[in-house]
Design a protein around this ligand. Structure first.
Ligand code: ZN
Length: 76
């Protein structure tokens, strides 16, 4: 069995990505709220979408909360 040829290895490839890992630091951007009436008298759908963005890399994160219930959910 041949061992790996080390001749071409040298300093190794620069394959690491340019993007550094970001320790995201989210800032709240906006919150959208919506209530969709349920058909035929069923419970309405409560929907809340929170948008956050990272102060460091501007990555946008979305958090969606939704549930069917008669009463307003506590997170709404
Ligand atoms: Zn980030």
């Amino acid at each position: 069995m041949k061992t790996e040829d080390t001749k071409g290895r040298g300093k190794g490839r620069r394959s690491w990505r340019r993007h550094r890992r970001c320790l995201h630091r989210y800032e709240h951007l906006e919150t959208k709220k919506q209530v969709l009436e349920g058909a035929d008298g069923s419970d309405p759908m409560w929907m809340r979408v929170d948008l956050f963005y990272c102060q460091r890399c501007l990555w946008i994160k979305e958090r969606v909360l939704k549930s069917h219930s008669k009463e307003q959910p506590t997170w709404y």
